[in-house]
Design a protein around this ligand. Structure first.
Ligand code: FCB
Length: 462
């Protein structure tokens, strides 16, 4: 009994200290995957290339959001940066679309901002939504299909004040926002994403204090997880109700952040236990709930959840995968620092210290396909913080080689979205993490293509 308590305490301390990038996983105990091939062959004609962005990270001036308030708190964002200007995307719309055309992408994933569209409860700003419609129309005119995310990490302040993802009214409120936006945008958009990365919000906002609401309470994760699944389900059904017709079928999914999560020491049972538990809770609990309507996991003494959410049954027309990295975990019951997170010895890392591990994306794609065999998959995000641009071209090529291998094995992957178009406001990292295919000229915010943008474009055009 004592050892169970000890183990769960250790586990808790790990999760509480889990940095934003630290949850994750496809749990793998086997030997490392075989090295991937370097060259990408031509992709099938039907395969789509894309870039992804998020409103708060690019637009600026999102002053009615919980994130704006969060950024005003001392010490929350690196160097005291704020999102006030971001990439000033509304004033660089034509430039950005021209750059997308030059890249050769046929799809653009972006989010519309709830906090700007409904800055006060029940007050919907038509003019703001109209701006997004202008963007969508311009994209279509440029031959680029829009993929719209309805929630990407930011809530209106009025929702946050009521409790944010712990407010039991949030699924209905999100449904109403969905209804307003979808009725206006209508059949201009076929591909919809309800929520971006629920488990990032859970980890960073409710365990490791990096995101608002800044909580550190593993016991509290059941409520926001449940409400996110409910909000997704209501939004999913609403979109279909509004748009489904004989001639038009929207496709609605959710973008999940999955990371490979492995025991650091493959001979340690404790490491295996931790990897196995985290893998399920953080990678598969929500996707399973969207398949079978049951949100269920159990970690003795720490967190336990068993919720029936029947409205969530079969509410993914596609599986959105955001893939970035892998973590190796180790449990040391008698050491001061009981649980540690490491990168594989000798592994290559990007600017934020995340391991570059393309094989992991292959492992995850295999597992998604194994768990949900008929599910279409979109790679909705994959990218690298690399200011010097020494690694990005290779990173893209390697991840695309993995994608190709998965495609050849019969996994139905619709397309690949690179994160991201321009250097932007990277949440707690402020402007210090450079994920862009384009850098920004500091004074004018003019977009400057990195060499890797050309490399990506060459792959797309081959
Ligand atoms: C993802 C987020 C995205 C960005 C990238 C680097 O997890 O969805 O907004 O922060 O990481």
């Amino acid at each position: 009994m004592k050892s169970v308590v000890l183990m769960t305490m250790i586990f808790l301390s790990f999760l509480v200290n889990l940095p934003f990038s630290g949850f994750n996983c496809t749990y793998t105990s086997s030997a490392r995957a075989e090295p991937i091939q370097q060259k990408t062959d031509a992709f099938p004609k039907s395969f789509r290339f894309c870039v992804s962005t998020a409103a708060h990270q690019i637009e600026g001036n999102n002053i009615h959001s919980d994130w704006w308030e969060w950024e005003q708190l001392p010490g929350k964002i690196k160097n005291g940066h704020t999102s006030l200007v971001a990439t000033d995307s509304w004033n660089h719309l034509d430039e950005d679309i021209a750059n997308m055309k030059w890249l050769g992408i046929s799809l653009y994933r972006f989010s519309i901002e709830w906090a700007k569209i409904e800055p006060e409860e029940g007050v919907f700003e038509e003019t703001v939504l109209q701006q997004y419609i202008t963007l969508i129309d311009k994209l279509h005119a440029a031959g680029i299909e829009p993929m719209v995310t309805l929630y990407h990490f930011t809530l209106p302040t009025w929702v946050a004040k009521k409790g944010g993802w712990e407010w039991d009214g949030i699924p209905r409120a999100f449904e109403k926002f969905t209804e307003f936006a979808v009725k206006k945008i209508n059949t201009r958009v076929k591909l919809w994403i309800t929520l971006n990365e629920p488990m990032s919000i859970i980890t960073a906002g409710y365990i490791s204090t990096i995101f608002p609401p800044g909580k550190n309470d593993m016991n509290s994760i059941g409520v926001p997880m449940t409400l996110m699944v409910k909000a997704h389900a209501l939004s999913y059904h609403k979109i279909h109700k509004i748009l489904d017709s004989e001639t038009f079928k929207p496709e609605v999914g959710l973008a999940h952040h999955l990371r490979v999560f492995e025991p650091e020491n493959r001979f340690s049972l404790l490491d295996h236990y931790a990897a196995h538990k985290i893998d399920y809770i953080f990678n598969w609990a929500i996707p399973d709930a969207l398949k079978n309507g049951t949100l269920k996991f159990s970690m003795p003494f720490i967190a336990k959840l068993d919720e029936e959410i029947p409205e969530a049954i079969n509410t993914q027309d596609f599986f959105g995968l955001n893939y970035y990295s892998r973590d190796l975990v180790s449990l040391h019951p008698f050491a001061k620092e009981k649980l540690t997170r490491a990168v594989a010895p000798g592994a290559e890392v990007q600017d934020l210290g995340w391991e570059i591990y393309p094989e992991g994306m292959g492992e995850i794609l295999d597992e998604i396909h194994e768990r949900y065999p008929s599910q279409k998959i979109w790679i909705t995000e994959n990218g690298i913080a690399d200011q010097s641009d020494e690694k990005r071209a290779n990173f893209i090529q390697q991840h695309l080689a993995v994608t190709q291998k998965a495609l050849k094995s019969g996994i139905p992957i619709e397309g690949y979205c690179h994160w991201t178009l321009n250097d932007n406001f990277e949440w707690a990292e402020g402007y210090t993490a450079h994920f862009g295919l384009f850098s920004l000229e500091p004074k004018t915010l003019k977009r400057i293509p990195r060499a890797s943008a050309k490399a990506f474009s060459d792959i797309i055009h081959q």
